[in-house]
Design a binder for this molecule. Structure first.
Ligand SMILES: C[S@@+](CC[C@H](N)C(=O)[O-])C[C@H]1O[C@@H](n2cnc3c(N)ncnc32)[C@H](O)[C@@H]1O
Length: 256
């Protein structure tokens, strides 16, 4: 005990501290280490939604807390009038989890799912993203099946749910195929600044008051160009993104 105190005192002088995790109580996934309450992982409703996400992607990304935030945002959005949109779907992990969680067929909403289904649209990368190797990385992800390049698997995955519109092609070119004037939930997850900003600008006037905008990549260090671009866009719109400890960003459309 004394030794720990001494070590902590020395570390504190250097500006560091030792994190004391409590065995069995610590959440340690996806860049997040915390003892904060995460009993949601044992909630059967959460578990079945999460399992449905894993079924869609064939991989457990161990993103329980991110999924919890997405389910919360989607649940809250389900109390508002308006449809759901995801830009950047891949195998459909999060959207599948949401549809399972909300018992989608009882909800009578549309879910628009937009993706190239072939990785990033390289012509949309900015200099910084290009220099960081985003184009090569995306090609590798497609080759390895980490980015889905077979839209039919996605169609099959979502076939049990009603009112799902899968839109293949690059955002922003496909945005006008989203045929709704009221959006309650918008998930932006394209790992590329330009289409993300374009999606936020396009949907902003269509977002109903209180609508949820969840930005999957916002706080992740490898996606800083996206954060800067989204922050600039949010400032123009007169709002602010909350930087969540999960790495996600969250904007709520103000009621006025
Ligand atoms: C990280 S994945 C999305 C993960 C997904 N939200 C999930 O729940 O698993 C990023 C996706 O964005 C797509 N994408 C990248 N740029 C795009 C663009 N300009 N238009 C449409 N989709 C794009 C990629 O094809 C890839 O499937």
């Amino acid at each position: 005990m004394k030794a720990r105190k001494r070590i902590n005192a020395v570390l504190a002088l250097a500006g560091y501290s030792l994190y004391r995790s409590r065995r069995g109580r610590t959440y340690e996934h996806d860049g997040l280490i915390t003892d904060h309450n995460h009993e949601f992982v044992r909630d059967p409703h959460f578990e079945s939604a999460y399992r449905r996400g894993v079924q869609a992607s064939h991989v457990d990304y161990q993103i329980e807390w991110r999924t919890h935030i997405a389910l919360w945002a989607a649940f809250t959005a389900s109390k508002l009038p308006g449809d759901f949109v995801e830009c950047g779907v891949n195998w459909g992990f999060l959207s599948s989890a949401i549809m399972e969680y909300l018992d989608w067929n009882k909800l009578n909403r549309h879910f628009f799912l937009l993706d190239t289904f072939n990785g990033l649209s390289e012509d949309l990368l900015n200099e910084e993203e290009r220099a960081a190797g985003a184009a090569e990385n995306s090609r590798k992800m497609v080759q390895r099946g980490k980015y889905n390049a077979d839209v039919e698997t996605v169609r099959n995955n979502f076939s049990g749910w009603q009112n799902v519109k899968i839109i293949q092609g690059a955002v922003p070119g496909t945005l006008n195929q989203v045929t709704t004037e009221r959006v309650a939930y918008l998930h932006i997850d394209m790992n590329c600044a330009a289409p993300e900003v374009a999606a936020l600008e396009f949907f902003w006037p269509k977002l109903v008051p209180g609508a949820m905008v969840l930005l999957d990549d916002y706080g992740f260090p490898q996606h800083e160009p996206q954060k800067r671009a989204i922050d600039a866009c949010a400032e123009k719109l007169g709002v602010m993104a909350a930087s969540l400890p999960t790495g996600q960003g969250l904007i709520i459309k103000p009621a006025i």
